[in-house]
Design a protein around this ligand. Structure first.
Ligand SMILES: NC(=O)c1ccc[n+]([C@@H]2O[C@H](COP(=O)([O-])OP(=O)(O)OC[C@H]3O[C@@H](n4cnc5c(N)ncnc54)[C@H](OP(=O)(O)O)[C@@H]3O)[C@@H](O)[C@H]2O)c1
Length: 337
């Protein structure tokens, strides 16, 4: 490693540990300037020509920015949202901005398991192969809310719906082969893994929306790692990432005080989308636990935290496959929860 690379790597680590600098716009800007191993090269401008990418939660913020970035790289982009009018508006804007792009509107409520099943089966009948799938849809509620199937809402939107979607689109992902990316959150670093049904469903004690959000964001990272293992031999890549702190309608409406305080340091939505887009467009080598931020793999546990407990992981995965009626992960087949 050259002296310049060593300095770059030290600065990158410092940014990561200071959180405010690393997660905000400074982190992305400094890392981009450092280049080299800290900020690997951009994808080629035509990296995704002839490829098909689906983004969930594409009607706002980071997902909307992703749609634009994927279209700029030549992909056919499927924008998935739950609000038909909002989706039509975002799709029209994307077609105006990138006139040659193929933009397809997909309507589905990711938190409703029946809707995901119906939509995924329809999608699989229309689309033979998918090259990129970004699980970006996200939510945070002040009170405990439940999905159509009675699951805590952030669990349904962040974990159960995306898991079911991945499972039902499995053959189309293998046909790509695809890169699947779960958009988690740096907030997951402060949350432990919930592994018994009451904790997973946030039924224990007073409900705290920020905590439920962070817990489900950690579940996403664990689930992505399990899917990476499951699809290892198929050519499908599965990663999770966190976008840092980006100025989006979601942050303003769910965390107004946070948005006010951090406003000056927030990155823009396109910077928040960058690592997910880069992962799909460049398919870098990665290793467990496959968790990324600013184009580099990051730790999923801070210094004082223990590594993920394999029994807790097994219990969570068993709950997820049970709640979604999907096949057990190969690594767990035959084991009891
Ligand atoms: N911004 C940040 O600083 C930050 C930090 C860490 C992680 N993240 C993650 O980044 C992702 C995008 O967040 P954002 O900041 O861009 O938030 P946002 O502006 O609120 O966008 C969230 C998107 O998810 C969609 N969505 C929510 N529930 C859905 C459902 N049940 N079915 C389908 N779509 C649904 C929303 O649709 P509607 O338009 O219909 O509401 C919207 O398009 C989220 O997963 C979030 O957790 C963001």
């Amino acid at each position: 490693m050259s002296a310049r690379s060593r300095v770059g790597s030290v600065v990158d680590t410092l940014l990561d540990r200071t959180v405010v600098l690393g997660f905000g716009s400074t982190g992305a800007a400094v890392r981009r300037r450092l280049g080299g191993p800290v900020w690997p090269a951009d994808p080629a401008p035509d990296a995704l020509v002839g490829e098909r990418v689906l983004v969930t939660g594409a009607t706002s913020g980071i997902g909307e920015a992703m749609g634009r970035s994927f279209a700029d790289l030549g992909a056919s982009v499927h924008l998935l949202g739950r609000n038909t009018d909002k989706l039509a508006g975002v799709a029209a804007e994307l077609r105006r901005a990138v006139p040659n792009a193929e933009v397809v509107e997909e309507v589905c409520d990711v938190g409703d398991l029946d809707a995901v099943t119906a939509w995924a089966d329809d999608f699989a009948a229309r689309v033979p192969a998918l090259h990129g799938l970004v699980h970006n849809a996200g939510t945070m509620t002040a009170e405990r809310e439940e999905s159509a199937q009675g699951h805590e809402l952030s669990l349904a939107v962040h974990v159960l719906g995306p898991h079911l979607m991945t499972s039902r689109l499995r053959e189309r992902l293998v046909a790509g082969p695809a890169s699947v990316v779960w958009v988690s959150s740096g907030g997951m670093l402060g949350a432990g893994l919930a592994s018994d049904p009451d904790a997973i469903e946030s039924r224990r004690g007073a409900f705290n929306g920020v905590q439920a959000y962070a817990r489900t964001k950690r579940m996403q990272v664990v689930l992505a790692d399990a899917w990476a293992h499951e699809l290892d031999a198929t050519g499908v890549r599965v990663e999770s990432m966190h976008p840092g702190w980006a100025a989006t309608p979601g942050v303003t409406s769910h965390l107004p005080a946070f948005a006010r305080i951090t406003g000056p340091v927030l990155r823009d939505a396109r910077e928040g989308a960058d690592t997910a887009v880069w992962l799909v467009a460049t398919r870098p080598e990665s290793h467990s636990p496959h968790f990324w931020h600013d184009r580099a793999q990051r730790t999923t546990t801070l210094g004082w935290q223990r590594p993920e407990d394999p029994d807790a992981v097994r219990r969570l995965l068993t709950y997820v496959t049970g709640a979604t009626g999907t096949a057990p992960f190969r690594a767990l087949a035959g084991s009891t929860a």
